[in-house]
Design a protein around this ligand. Structure first.
Ligand code: BDR
Ligand code: CA
Length: 339
């Protein structure tokens, strides 16, 4: 079987780093082909998300893969950076420069001259009907890609987004909004609208899987996961990941969650690779872009008030004994296998 081509659009970011390492491990195991990485400005700026993605790919021993810089900020409003969440440079306490001194790869990752939107469009055509795209940051670059190639929804096999919060689960940025969506609601709404339009024209277009906080907050990484990873593989990659994660633990502790980290992004990357093990419901969603109290809210129309075709699949659970916690055990094992 040919491995599934996978594109990652990310904003590393500490849990994005776990997603990168996990996908590289799955690539090296021959289960996927990581065909591209797009970096989008997120909790930290574009220069940092690019530098971090390149460094994490090298530390993980990634294959030569195009890495492109995408959107430098939100589509309409000024971008709000939040370095307190992932550290001033987006890698917590990890010193990625020092870590890279230990990199032995002969083909270090380099920035591709194309922009992120161009890479999205190129890969969607090159792997037409097969590409699985995973977004673990703001959808700002994806919105640009939809402007560049409006046929994108019909070209990709699947789109999996870490974004939003559903079914009454509270937000992590405002009472109703999740951070990736909150920072660029116009982009997230453009994604909803693009798939709504595409499915009106062609019902075979698969609605994207939206993985919101209602599920991803169950992806809890504890110091015990860190110890287990280090015991299984004491490498520059795992040591850097653990240094990054210590910062993420402290951030979560500072907001009352305890000394642990909700690692949304590797859970979402796993769901993209295991569609048959995701419990999801088709639905219609849009993103609130105006409300003074509700901007950034992912608004699901469960009762069909808008009489619109479903444009989304809402992730509800995973079909794995042990749930999201067991998924993280798989992520630990995959990353350890890179040693
Ligand atoms: C999302 O926001 C970022 O801080 C994380 O990396 C994750 O993608 C969670 O709301
Ligand atoms: Ca992220």
């Amino acid at each position: 079987m040919t491995p599934t081509p996978v594109l990652l659009d990310c904003d590393p970011g500490i849990d994005d780093a776990l997603a990168i390492a996990y996908l590289v491990a799955e690539h090296r195991a021959g289960r996927i082909e990581l065909v591209g990485v797009v970096c989008t400005a997120g909790n930290v700026g574009l220069d940092d998300t690019v530098a971090n993605a390149l460094a994490w790919l090298d530390l993980a021993g990634a294959p030569p893969v195009p890495v492109c810089a995408g959107a430098a900020g939100a589509s309409v409003v000024s971008h709000v950076f939040t370095p307190e969440t992932h550290g001033p440079r987006g890698a917590g306490y990890a010193d990625l420069k020092a870590g890279q001194d230990h990199v032995t790869t002969t083909t270090p990752a380099r920035l591709d001259p194309r922009n992120g939107a161009q890479l999205w469009a190129h890969l969607a055509h090159e792997h037409r009907g097969e590409l699985v795209a995973v977004v673990t940051g703001p959808t700002s670059t994806l919105a640009q890609a939809l402007d560049l190639e409006p046929l994108l929804p019909g070209l990709v096999a699947d789109l999996v987004v870490m974004g939003g919060t559903f079914r009454g689960h509270p937000g992590n940025t405002t009472p109703v909004s999740e951070w990736n969506v909150d920072v660029d609601p116009e982009a997230a709404d453009a994604v909803c609208l693009a798939w709504e339009d595409a499915r009106r024209a062609d019902t075979d277009v698969r609605p994207p899987l939206w993985c919101g906080l209602n599920l991803t907050e169950q992806g809890v990484w504890t110091p015990e996961h860190s110890s287990r990873l280090l015991a299984a593989a004491d490498t520059p990659l795992t040591r850097a990941l653990l240094d990054a994660l210590r910062f993420y633990f402290e951030f979560h502790e500072s907001v009352g969650e305890g000394y642990l980290a909700q690692v949304h992004d590797p859970l979402v990357a796993w769901m993209a690779l295991h569609p048959g093990e995701v419990v999801a419901e088709q639905s219609h969603i849009r993103v609130e872009c105006c409300g003074s109290h509700t901007r950034g809210m992912t608004v699901e129309d469960r009762r069909g008030h808008r009489d619109r075709r479903p444009n989304a699949r809402i992730a509800i659970d995973v079909h794995v004994p042990g749930g999201p916690a067991a998924v993280l055990d798989e992520v630990v094992a995959a990353i350890a296998s890179l040693a």
